[in-house]
Write a new protein. Structure first.
Length: 517
């Protein structure tokens, strides 16, 4: 007991004199390196990175914005490879589709592809498509925040790339094909990998800057994309991505947020010499939220919001002549889009049951059909007088006209005057999450209408090949049977109205499954 008392007294005396106690002396000195806290490379979720202070709340919200469109409710637990304060996130889904169409008109993504009319082999026979081309793969990279400036980059791809046309025989075709072609087997089993998004952004206290390929600002994609099993874009839905330089500013209030943005985007016609201009304003009420699934996989909680966007573009089309063009005809066109998402029965991230939301979009203007998937309404360019084939006793001379612009946005009338194609569209839909199932079962439906008030002027004598209107609707049921897996069943109906009054209808039944990672 005496020895123990002496040791305690000595420790107390040393502590009083400012010297380390016997217990303290066993600790490493400040000059010694700290013990290892683990491997320099680690796997952790976005939520855990925020809790550990590796990313700020603003960086966390930025990551959710980038990834939720694909991974939805799983985004907060998305695993990232962390090296120091650098983080790289691999994300995406594997998609498997089985689609039965009543006509031989469409691939997985119907878009604005014309429906074959009855009385033809394509219009009177069915098509069964089985595909994994919608499978998506993405990488998001984030360095540490530097002096209140947050930077990140995203590279996202799928397998719906620009393929050669399918030719099922004879080989070679008659007449000989003028472009490369492929077989059905190669088209679906060896598809082309393509870029969806390839952009980087800098978020600063003043403004945010985005440079690269991303959603068009027009239509504020993809915040108002309908919940549907149909591979986007569906008929009547603004769905377009393009290279751009965008500047935006988010003004957060309580509970209201405003976002203003302007963008210089890749011009529809490169040889116009000027970028397309887009601008918009978005307003959201952050305290009024509901469950929203974007497309098929992007389930999230989103606020009540409205957006107005505009488009301004200029084209310079080669003059309407059969000879070599010496001049161009210039045309400036505008378009307007209004979008909304409205939660009726509210939902939260932890309680999606019995939540119901609606979304809608209205757009009108001239020369903006490229904002929709594969939409031209069948409108091309007329043939100038004198163009075609001139035959002599010894040779055949071909004279062609090249407008130097893709079809569907502008065309010439018979008098040689340039016009923009007028287009008015609307799409609206709703999604309801059934009660008592933990948000794992829901239904959705959508309806869209497209019409052109001037397409009948540009049929080039073939009114049965140009559309005046398109109507489309669908009904879907989705379920999440186990974590990471989503399945859905859809019925969709597309009705094309041709200028000559003929209707062409396609019925579609689609079964799809997704493994989301």
């Amino acid at each position: 007991m005496k020895k123990l008392s002496i040791r305690v007294a000595a420790a107390a005396l040393l502590s009083t004199l400012g010297r380390p106690s016997l217990a303290q002396s066993a600790l490493p000195s400040p000059s010694q390196p700290p013990a290892s806290t683990g491997a320099p490379v680690a796997l952790m979720s976005l939520e855990l990175m925020r809790e550990k202070g590796l990313i700020s709340d603003a960086e966390y919200e930025s990551a959710l914005h980038d990834l939720q469109e694909t991974t939805g409710a799983q985004t907060h637990s998305q695993q990232s490879v962390v090296f120091g304060r650098w983080a790289t996130t691999l994300y995406g889904f594997l998609a498997a589709d089985m689609i039965l169409d009543s006509t031989r008109s469409l691939t997985e993504a119907p878009g604005g592809t014309l429906i074959a009319q009855g009385g033809t082999p394509a219009g009177d026979n069915a098509r069964l498509t089985m595909s994994v081309r919608y499978t998506r793969l993405g990488l998001r990279m984030k360095p540490p925040e530097f002096r209140n400036v947050r930077t990140s980059a995203m590279l996202e791809s799928d397998f719906l790339g620009n393929e050669p046309a399918v030719q099922t025989g004879p080989y070679p075709g008659t007449p000989l094909p003028t472009s490369p072609y492929t077989s059905e087997g190669a088209y679906f089993t060896s598809p082309t990998f393509r870029i969806r998004h390839a952009e980087f952004k800098m978020e600063t206290p003043a403004v945010d800057v985005l440079f690269g390929q991303y959603w068009q600002l027009f239509g504020w994609g993809s915040a108002y994309q309908p919940n549907s099993l149909t591979v986007a874009g569906m008929p009547g839905e603004i769905n377009s991505r393009t290279p751009q330089l965008r500047v935006s500013k988010v003004i957060k209030g309580d509970p209201v947020t405003f976002e203003l943005a302007v963008a210089a985007t890749r011009p529809f016609q490169r040889d116009s010499g000027t970028p397309d201009g887009e601008g918009g304003l978005r307003f959201s009420v952050d305290s009024w939220k509901g469950t929203q699934t974007i497309a098929s996989t992007g389930t999230q909680t989103a606020p009540l919001s409205f957006a107005v966007t505009g488009l301004l573009r200029h084209v310079a089309v080669n003059e309407f002549t059969s000879g070599a063009s010496k001049y161009t005809n210039n045309l400036t066109m505008t378009a307007l889009a209004v979008d909304a998402f409205v939660p009726i029965l509210r939902g939260t991230a932890t309680k999606r049951d019995n939540s119901f939301s609606i979304q809608g979009e209205f757009a009108t203007g001239f020369g903006y059909a490229d904002m929709y998937q594969s939409t031209t309404f069948g409108i091309g360019f007329p043939t100038p007088a004198g163009a075609g084939f001139a035959t002599t006793a010894t040779s055949v001379k071909a004279t062609y006209y090249s407008p130097d612009i893709d079809p569907g946005v502008v065309t010439y009338d018979a008098a040689g005057k340039l016009h923009g194609i007028e287009l008015t569209t609307y799409i609206f839909g709703g999604q309801y999450y059934l009660p008592g199932v933990g948000g794992k079962l829901w239904i959705s439906g959508n309806y869209s209408h497209q019409e052109s008030a001037n397409s009948h002027y540009y049929t080039n004598g073939a009114p049965g090949s140009v559309l005046s209107a398109v109507d489309w609707f669908d009904a879907n049921v989705f379920t999440d049977p186990v974590p990471g897996v989503r399945m859905g069943l859809e019925y969709a109906n597309t009705r094309d109205t041709y200028v000559n009054g003929v209707f062409a209808i396609n019925h579609r039944v689609q079964l799809s499954a997704f493994f989301i990672f």
